[in-house]
Design a protein around this ligand. Structure first.
Ligand code: HEM
Length: 493
């Protein structure tokens, strides 16, 4: 061995040792699987069944465990108690979002979902009030009217289809119409290529974003490699494509308040103008408006549309459930449109909606949280700024909370007489605490009215009797069913 060889070996050993030390489990943090040098727990996370993997870690290490994604500490909260203790009991401490280098590159303005502190508080309060005014006037009647208009258009459009077809694009446009009407005052025809492209671009991004962001945050150099080897630039380009597309629907007037219909965008622009006029320090700017509305579009379309598609998929697999729903609906409503309030008279149909949200909650890992300062929960250290993942799916499949959690069984949400819905406190598909889903009411109204109306009008059948579709779906930022086809038959009332 010459001097050069010895130097090479020494450099290798020192690099390895430094990498090992950098990925060593910090004292006091929750337990977790053994670490690999440099990559931490990434190899153990690389699986097509990430939720199953996390469930396995929970069995071994308990409800609170920690993984190192590269050298980044990520603490996973599993089960209702751990989530409640952090997100609700210590809500102010846990209401931040991680802000990593790659995210900042993709999103120059944090919008609402990734915002912090004063920015987040002001945006959230404003958007909640705007939605309340635009959608919830007259106890939610405006929202219901909007949902009725879109589901009626859907029923008419698909009513003419003969043979098997994929309902995905139809549901996507119908739900995008609800969201875009209250956000921008805009709606689209079925088959509109612009909105369908925006939604599929969004879906493609959500599928890749988790993996690419994780890799680029651990190893920033990866994002700068030539030929975009890990796909980082592709994500940025896709993101901007959707933001650019939505920009055309924003109100144009910059100097004057809008006199148009009350939409969230119009109200936002009025707020920007008012703040500029008053010279107050605030977080309302044109750039912020663009991203906050983009966030609302992103969070409000994929989620509800995918839940409705999961619901239809389950109904094709559980025709007895569908028949029971139909009899309940036709007995109470006949041909009349369902209101959201009527769910109390349709307990079984309501229970079906809840069971779909439990079995295939579309945001199984929520949105990452972060800790404002060092915290001790259950004796474990949560270091300031570490990433905290909320495994909502773990609550939904917890056999201590639900009997046979893997079964699709709507009755679990009914009382013994089967005439009233009972929602247990541990049913939290929209998360809990100050950062819980801002669109929960909208989503519940959309999903209930869409599923009830579709079952009221059609028998929804699998393409072949006994056909077993893929029920695993694909997991990105949201959990979507794989594409599937159905056959529909018009119901006679
Ligand atoms: C089935 C439908 C939906 C589900 C299951 C769902 C679930 C969630 C979850 C789990 C979070 C993360 C909460 C946390 O950080 O702890 C979230 C956040 C959010 N959701 Fe939803 N969501 C749905 C539909 C909607 C709709 C329809 C909208 C708006 C129109 C919406 C807007 C938002 C926003 C803006 C946030 C971020 C809140 C914040 O950071 O303060 N969501 N949602």
């Amino acid at each position: 061995m010459d001097v050069q060889d010895i130097t090479t070996v020494l450099v290798f050993l020192v690099t390895f040792l430094l990498a090992y030390l950098a990925t060593r489990r910090r004292r006091g943090v929750p337990p977790g699987p053994p670490l690999f040098p440099i990559v931490g727990n990434l190899p153990q996370l690389a699986s097509r069944d990430v939720l199953g993997r996390l469930n396995g870690f929970r069995k071994t290490y308990g409800d609170i465990f920690a993984l190192y994604v590269g050298s980044e500490l990520t603490i996973f909260l599993n089960g209702y108690d751990a989530l409640y203790k952090t997100l609700v009991k210590n809500g102010t401490l846990f209401n931040a979002r991680p802000r990593s280098g790659f995210d900042a590159l993709v999103v120059k303005n944090p919008g609402i979902i990734m915002a912090h502190d004063q920015l987040w508080k002001e945006q959230r309060q404003f958007i909640q009030a705007a939605i309340h005014r635009v959608c919830m006037n007259n106890s939610g009647e405006a929202l219901e009217n909007l949902v009725h208009r879109e589901v009626d258009a859907l029923v008419e459009e698909i009513g003419e289809i003969d043979g098997q077809f994929d309902i995905k694009d139809f549901i996507n446009v119908a739900i995008a119409n609800v969201t875009c009407t209250f956000l921008y005052g805009t709606r689209f025809n079925f088959g509109d290529s612009g909105i369908l492209r925006a939604m599929s671009t969004l879906r493609d991004s959500t599928e890749d974003t988790m993996t690419v962001t994780t890799l680029c945050n651990c190893f920033p150099a990866l994002g700068k490699l030539p030929f975009d080897i890990v796909g980082a630039k592709k994500i940025i380009v896709r993101y901007h494509k959707v933001v650019d597309y939505l920009r055309q629907f924003l109100p144009k007037s910059e100097e004057e308040e809008t006199k148009g219909e009350p939409t969230v965008a119009n109200m936002y622009l009025d707020k920007v103008v008012e703040c500029v006029r008053d010279g107050r320090k605030n977080t309302f700017t044109h750039q912020q408006m663009e991203i906050t509305l983009f966030d609302m579009f992103g969070a409000g379309t994929e989620t509800s549309a995918n839940t409705i598609r999961w619901g239809l998929l389950y109904l094709t697999q559980n025709l007895d459930v569908q028949e029971r729903m139909f009899h309940e609906i036709s007995g109470v409503l006949g041909n009349k449109q369902p209101s959201y309030a009527v769910r109390n008279q349709l307990p079984y149909s309501h229970a079906v909606q809840l069971e779909v949200l439990r079995c295939r909650t579309v945001a199984p890992l929520g949105v990452p949280h972060s800790v404002r300062r060092d915290a001790i929960i259950d004796g474990f250290l949560f270091p300031e700024n570490c990433t905290v993942m909320t495994n909502l799916h773990s609550v939904n499949v917890d056999s201590n909370l639900w009997q046979d959690p893997d079964l699709f069984h709507p009755e679990r949400f009914l009382n013994e007489a089967l005439d009233e819905v009972i929602v247990p406190k541990h049913f939290i598909p929209f998360s809990v605490g100050p950062r819980s889903c801002l669109g929960e009411t909208i989503a519940r109204v959309e999903i209930f009215i869409f599923l009830v109306t579709l079952v009221q009008h059609f028998k929804i059948l699998p393409v072949k009797e006994g056909f077993s579709p893929d029920m695993n779906g694909s997991l990105g930022l949201t959990w979507a069913p794989e594409n599937f086809k159905i056959i529909i038959e018009k119901r006679k009332h």
